[in-house]
Design a protein around this ligand. Sequence first.
Ligand SMILES: [Mg+2]
Length: 311
Amino acid sequence: MIAGRSSECSILSRIKRMASVPSGSQLKVGIGDDCAVFRPRGGAEDLLFTTDMLLDEIHFRRTTHSAEDTGYKALARGLSDIAAMGGAPRFCLLSLAVPRWADQAWVDGFYRGFLKLARQTATPLAGGDLALAEQLACDVVVCGAVPKGGALLRSGAMPGNGIYVSGKLGGSALGLATGNGRAWKRHLRPEPRLALGRFLRERLHATAAMDLSDGLSLDLSRMCTASRVFASIEPPPVFPGATLDQALHGGEDYELLFTLPPGSRPPASFEGVPLTRIGVTTKVRRGDPPGKILLEGKPLPPLGFDHFQNS
Ligand SMILES: [Mg+2]
């Protein structure tokens, strides 16, 4: 393992220091949010960029995940990051390293699953790369757009904002554990919340947002760290059959986590997906680093999925 016991977070902050952005750059948001935000000169829109790797035995298993499901998920993860910024996808790029076991039928199935979701979400495939390798690996770049200055960031929450989640959490973790039923389908085919992301930006004026990819406890802690606040929450809505632990710490739900200004009255659901208030952001106590979460008054450790600690 390249990283010893470092956490993904500490590796990222080291890289961030090394890759400093010159002042005056058109890059408005760099490393550390769901997408990078780039502002073209004279444009009415900001462009969003996200890149996600999908690796054999880490993100899927070819014994249990069909080629179509794998292709679908490869794109869904990037689209979820565009949704988290309140954006609309514009196009995508796909690089695929193909091992010997992946025959033509598998590769065709992968592209079928990928391109079906691409068509459904108006995200045309614009290019990429193909290579032969020992293990299957794929990297997907998605470009999206938001009106200039409108991107929802992780860093915008203020003390006193309501904290909300979409959907019911823990379904993907339950599906991975049981391998059947609705939860397994949730795990295989997460739905990027693109329409909800735009609704959060346009109608609810969300102050911060991100997608739940690594588990509520870890992702909320990341959002609170970026916003320099604490959070005080109650148990989130739990996917039928899942445990509270799976809902708090399980990854890959790809629901949206967001904050709203005080006094906001969001609808109870959006296009059939429940929107639930789970708590409130609070002021950082002097001497304590931001990012701390209290669940029913007790500290909640960020136990979600960290690729460099859970391996
Ligand atoms: Mg994300």
